[in-house]
Design a protein around this ligand. Structure first.
Ligand code: 5GP
Ligand code: ZN
Length: 118
């Protein structure tokens, strides 16, 4: 996709701090980290969001998730981490190229979603 930020990162047109790369997956540090460990795992092929995920994408999406634990440990989040995939307006997705956030260490993260009234 011509104007997709993450496709540009895949093509090397925008620099990134790479965590991992193979022929179909790229992982790189988030430019605006919210935790000490915060990187993104993406399929290199453009899939806009989980809404656009089709059976032909399932294998690479599964690989992205399957890589998370090993990469998190390598990046210093060996005590645990959280994966988040924001999708669409309600999920507050900002970049429409599917990505898995990996967030971790060393502090315990806040609750996943703050319950109303807390
Ligand atoms: P979303 O809200 O779509 O789940 O998250 C998009 C994430 O991409 C944000 O955490 C944001 O900081 C990150 N991001 C946006 N543009 C860039 C960029 O050019 N480089 C990197 N490394 N991260 C980016
Ligand atoms: Zn893209």
């Amino acid at each position: 996709m011509e104007n997709c930020i993450f496709c540009k990162i895949v093509r090397g047109e925008i620099p990134s701090k790479k965590v991992y790369e193979d022929d179909e997956i790229l992982a790189f540090h988030d430019i605006n980290p919210v935790t000490p460990v915060h990187f993104l795992i993406i399929p290199k092929r453009h899939i806009a969001s989980l809404f656009e995920a089709e059976p032909g994408h399932f294998a690479v999406l599964g690989r992205c998730l399957g890589m998370a634990g090993g990469l998190a440990r390598e990046q210093g989040a060996g005590d645990g981490f959280r994966t988040i995939v924001n999708t669409g307006r309600v999920g507050r997705q900002e970049v429409y190229h599917v990505h898995i956030h990996v967030l971790g260490g060393p502090e315990t993260l806040p609750p996943m979603i703050v319950r109303r009234g807390q």
